[in-house]
Write a protein that binds this ligand. Sequence first.
Ligand SMILES: Cc1cc2nc3c(=O)[nH]c(=O)nc-3n(C[C@H](O)[C@H](O)[C@H](O)COP(=O)(O)OP(=O)(O)OC[C@H]3O[C@@H](n4cnc5c(N)ncnc54)[C@H](O)[C@@H]3O)c2cc1C
Length: 219
Amino acid sequence: MENLKEEKLATVLGVRTLTASAFVLRFERSELAFQAGQYVKLGIPDQPERREYSIYSPVTASYLEILVQLVDTASFSFRLKQLRSGDHLWVSGPYGSFNLEDNYANDENIFIASGTGISPFHCMVLSYPRLHYTLLHGVRNLNEGYDRTIYRNGQYIQCTTSESGSEFYGRVTDYLRKHKPDSKAHYYLCGNRAMINEVRDLLMAADVPAINMHVEIYF
Ligand SMILES: Cc1cc2nc3c(=O)[nH]c(=O)nc-3n(C[C@H](O)[C@H](O)[C@H](O)COP(=O)(O)OP(=O)(O)OC[C@H]3O[C@@H](n4cnc5c(N)ncnc54)[C@H](O)[C@@H]3O)c2cc1C
């Protein structure tokens, strides 16, 4: 296994649609070694843009997967969705240090995600079957519980803002106001900046030390 700090071409293995605006793209892993929580940079041949995507598939898989939110039809994410098996992608990485602490198996880990920010947690949960975790997932609709059946019963708490019927009707921040955070747990926050800032303020008010907060901001 190696680090691909220089870009390599990888073959696309397939696109799996999850909702009208989210999909999983699978492509060749080649020899890429990574830790759960890290991300890759992707490019489409003959196009200048590069974008970052957390790795969704476990460290044990022979392929790489990413979970992508389709932003709009003029965007990079839209062009990713048009790819088909046999097409190619530029891949470099891995990047980032959004990883579990070494003593993850003994710690209580609280994962807090908005939207596709669930991706690194999907990778961590599949990579480490003995992980102690609770995952709070903030989305608008019920159908955005991406691949939720992989999470153990009671450990996935979907927080929906536009529909009731999930584990919690409201935002992840509303959930944290109702359920006082454990100041000894490790918190991993991933997604949009506004959610992360608000959650961080709530955790600080609950005396969670900054060293126990880990953050990955997508936009
Ligand atoms: C470290 C890192 C990891 C990332 N991992 C992922 C990932 O696993 N999955 C993923 O879908 N994106 C991820 N992103 C965001 C991704 O890199 C792109 O920014 C995103 O796909 C939008 O690019 P675009 O060209 O399609 O749209 P752009 O035209 O570049 O973006 C338009 C707007 O879309 C919004 N936006 C961007 N990303 C998202 C999103 N994920 N969900 C909702 N709205 C968004 C923002 O408001 C942005 O200004 C990550 C970003 C970083 C920095």
